[in-house]
Design a protein around this ligand. Sequence first.
Ligand SMILES: [Zn+2]
Ligand SMILES: [Zn+2]
Length: 285
Amino acid sequence: MITLPRIISARFRIAITVKLRIILTAMRKSVQLLNATSGACLLCGNMDRKPRHPSFASLCTACFDQIPWITRIECQVCGRPEYCPDCSRRSDAAFIWNRSAVRYNALIREWLALYKYRGHEALAPLLGEMLLAAYHGLIKTLNHQHPLPLQSQHPIDAIIPVPVSSERLAEREFNQAERLGAYLAEHTLIPLHNVLERTRHSGKQSYKTRGARLRDTHNLFTANPALTGSMLSSLDQPHIRLIVVDDIYTTGSTANACAAALADEIKRQQPAALVELFVLTLARS
Ligand SMILES: [Zn+2]
Ligand SMILES: [Zn+2]
């Protein structure tokens, strides 16, 4: 009569302890993400944080070392780190080069998912710094291969984010390409011009084959005439260099369609303009 309640209470105690441990782990993870600036690593919560790089001070050494940086480029057009059959097939490249900061591996997929779908805004400066690193790589190559006219202040005149559809915007409440572009604009002092618009909703690109993506993205974007006009009058020069910014480069069809839409509208408004378009993406899949 006395032992039975004791057995029940022991089981109950174990169940309570397990549940408490789950709750505490979840709470600790949330606190780690919230208190990213207070000393713990933004991604793993490691308190013993000795950053390898001042721009990545929110990460511990172990997390920083996992970033799959693209250090050696095999395809000069799309910035791919290995042999690239896509660019040799492409006959209508509307942009000069794409440069991506990192490979799109499982880790980067997870970081982008935390940011895009789970709203971990604390990741924004980290992803922005990664894009900034790709920007510096692009400018280094640009200065080496296409030296600037002496009178140019900036190597690039404007940053143009790839737009998301209004359906996607309603889902996520923000456009990740625009946020990345804004970070780049803030740190390079290059103006951001939101001139591109989607003509329709194209569905999730990640579920489609290469052929389907290419068909789908044709004429998917348009450059708003009034916004493009005000961008051109603010730049007021015959030689225009623009960067299209997005989070992921897969087949390049999105970037290409955006660059083509921009080039078309600029040529329509300023037929004599020399337009050079580049693409900057966070991850290369
Ligand atoms: Zn860490
Ligand atoms: Zn390529």
